[in-house]
Design a protein around this ligand. Structure first.
Ligand code: BES
Ligand code: ZN
Length: 636
């Protein structure tokens, strides 16, 4: 029996996932067999999904699965056709698929349910690109984004992080396209009988994963391995469109394997065998997505100076927090993102030292990171443990809070409990205890107390744990952290000083500034400078123009800097509206396009709406929906 089963599952009502329509507390999926064929003409894929499920109760009579915009054609239980029905649609949650079992099932007994179906053009997980939207312009492209609850629009499943299942897949595609899935590739077969360019790809994911890590991408893609590290039994590499390979490889080949190794040394061995990064087209709505074996990443992190490798450190860290130890419901999402961000910064510390770690914490709690964000955010979503309402969309509650409040909370606990010397062994024990399971915040906390009770300084450390304001950290809302955490400002001081100098010059002479002011800044420091500048009253347009002219901010290739510059500029006046509109039309990452469209809409509503509607098809369905909502427009 594993140690983790000693921990109770708590009793909070938010421990139950209210964003699934499946009866996952009664029956759980153990394995999924997928068979798909891609139809590039109709922009759908289909075939079947066969789920092996095990009952957790006596006398189970019905299985309810999540499905959203799927075209279900038939259902078999243990090889025999059965009746099924689709409930009427509940917005965002989808249409529950009900399957009556021919014979009731007792606790511990298993069945297979095979659903023949196809996706539909309303599928919210998958973005389809015309050849013209790709680098070479020759092949169509598709990619999925299932987190938080979009897996149900790709396959009928128990779409909850509480359930983990292994999977295997066979996917056929024509048009010479490469097909990638979030597992290990087992084979590629030419399908001569289907005609030229047809192939079948076989994948396996032997580790149990939640549904939101099931992922697919297809198009003109090529792979290049990064160099293996001695003594490690996993490989790393990257997938890109051929025209991106050289730059992507240069940017990440030095760090990727070292990051996995560092993370392993801090936690436990890497369990997924392969760690590849797929660089997607510009429309990918996130910076990175930790799909198992195959991180999906925005191409904007190929900055040319390796300045955004922290995104990869972040996605690698999910291999332990999220993909290893999972959250039992979206209310406990901070266990994924807070822990991941905490580990990401430990990896950066190993690579660049403690000062760099402190700088990244400072960047994050700055105006854009936490404080500024919180002011506009619904107070319910300012809490670390979010009290979602029944059938509420977890994408609505998405913010920096689980990341930054979470990581800062862990940093605070690290310091409270005697620093890294104590905290790293504790983190290893946490991973060892819960890896492979999905847990709640209470289970995490129980283990923390339990661990430090056995510590050689148990008395003192338990006393300190007792003094932590648990209720405020976990359930408090409000724009500030409840503890004043001190950070080393060695690397941020110059950024703050320069920002203060610009603030003072707002009404007068800017001639004392030169382009050399920021010549020794890392790009993170330029971001810190601009974040600080944003905390002052809006600058007069002529100061913004001087800022742009001297530092070249409006034309930077670094999207993190571009975002901050356009925020400053759009708050100042309409002068930069046209350039912001031109900048945003190829920024599919929601972190970039949502705030810029929102501010553009405040300055020039017509331009904002016109620009968005003209380019709506460029954006992934998730981003399209969010921007449309932000701008108050409708897209079909
Ligand atoms: N898992 C998240 C992305 C996500 C979260 C997608 C919730 C959908 C719903 C991923 O690991 C992430 O945090 N990405 C960040 C990267 C960053 C923090 C380095 C992003 O996209 O900004
Ligand atoms: Zn993350």
């Amino acid at each position: 029996m594993s140690f983790s089963s000693h921990f109770s599952s708590g009793s909070s009502p938010f421990d139950e996932d209210l964003a699934t329509l499946s009866n996952y507390l009664e029956v759980v999926t153990r394995h999924i067999k997928i068979d798909w064929e891609i139809n590039w003409d109709t922009k759908t894929f289909g075939g079947y999904a066969e789920l092996t499920l095990e009952s957790r109760v006596e006398g189970l009579q019905e299985v309810k699965l999540d499905s959203s915009f799927l075209d279900v054609k038939g259902v078999e239980v243990n090889g025999k056709s059965v009746e099924y029905s689709l409930d009427s649609r509940i917005e965002v949650m989808g249409e529950a698929l009900r399957i009556k079992l021919p014979k009731s099932l007792n606790k511990g007994e298993s069945i297979t349910i095979k659903i023949t179906y196809s996706t539909t053009p309303q599928c919210t997980a998958v973005g389809w690109l015309e050849p013209a939207q790709t680098k070479s312009g020759k092949h169509p492209y598709l990619y999925s984004q299932a987190q938080a609850i979009h897996a149900r629009s790709m396959l009928p499943c128990q779409d909850t992080p509480a359930v983990k299942a292994s999977y295997e897949a066979k996917v056929r595609s024509g048009r010479g396209s490469e097909v990638l899935l979030s597992g290990q590739r087992k084979g590629v077969k030419e399908l001569a009988e289907r005609g030229e360019g047809w192939r079948e790809f076989t994948y396996e994911q032997p580790v149990g994963i939640p549904s939101y890590l099931i992922a697919i991408a297809a198009g003109e893609l090529t792979h290049k391995p990064f160099e293996d590290l001695q003594g490690r039994n996993w490989s790393t590499g990257c997938w890109t469109e051929p025209l991106n390979m050289e730059k992507a490889f240069w940017e990440f080949h030095k760090d990727t394997a070292n990051f996995v190794k560092t993370a392993e040394d801090l936690t436990s061995s890497y369990k997924f065998g392969v760690y590849d990064i797929l660089f997607l087209p510009e429309s990918f709505p996130y910076g990175g997505m930790e799909n198992s074996c195959l991180t999906f990443a925005t191409p904007t992190i190929i900055a040319g100076d390796r300045s955004q490798v922290d995104v990869v450190a972040h996605e690698i860290s999910h291999s332990w927090f999220g993909n290893g130890i999972g959250c039992a419901s979206w209310s406990h999402f901070w266990l994924n993102e807070g822990w991941t961000t905490y580990l990401e910064r430990l990896i950066m510390r190993e690579t660049h030292g403690e000062l760099e770690r402190q700088l990244s914490v400072i960047t994050s709690i700055g105006r854009r990171g936490l404080v500024g964000y919180l002011e506009r955010l619904n107070p319910r979503f300012q809490k670390l443990v979010i009290e979602y309402k029944e059938h509420e969309d977890p994408d609505e509650g998405y913010s920096q809070v689980p990341y930054e409040k979470g990581a800062n909370f862990l940093l605070y606990l690290e310091r409270t409990l005697g620093g890294l010397e104590n905290f790293i062994p504790y983190m290893k024990d946490y991973v060892r205890t819960f890896e492979g399971t999905s847990i709640t915040t209470d289970q995490w906390r129980e283990h923390l107390f339990h661990y430090f009770k056995q510590h050689q300084d148990a008395e003192e450390l338990t006393r300190r744990l007792g003094k932590v304001d648990w209720d405020e950290w976990l359930h408090g809302s409000g724009p500030d952290l409840c503890v004043d955490i001190q950070y080393d400002d060695t690397l941020s001081k110059a950024c703050y000083d320069l920002a203060a100098k610009w603030d003072k010059a707002r009404d007068g002479d800017v001639s004392s500034f030169t382009k050399d002011d920021i010549k020794d800044f890392s790009s993170t420091q330029t971001v810190v400078f601009l974040d600080k500048l944003e905390t002052y009253d809006t600058l007069p347009p002529k100061v913004v123009a001087a800022l742009d002219k001297l530092y070249g901010l409006g034309s930077t290739g670094n999207a993190e800097i571009g975002l901050r510059f356009f925020e400053v500029a759009l708050k100042s006046g309409p002068e930069y509206a046209e350039s912001a509109a031109a900048w945003v039309i190829n920024k599919g990452r929601m972190k970039f396009c949502r705030p810029v469209f929102r501010l553009l809409n405040e300055q020039k509503p017509e331009l904002a709406k016109k620009t968005f509607l003209k380019h709506a098809n460029f954006y992934h369905p998730i981003a399209r929906k969010m921007i449309a909502k932000d701008l108050g427009v409708k897209v079909e």
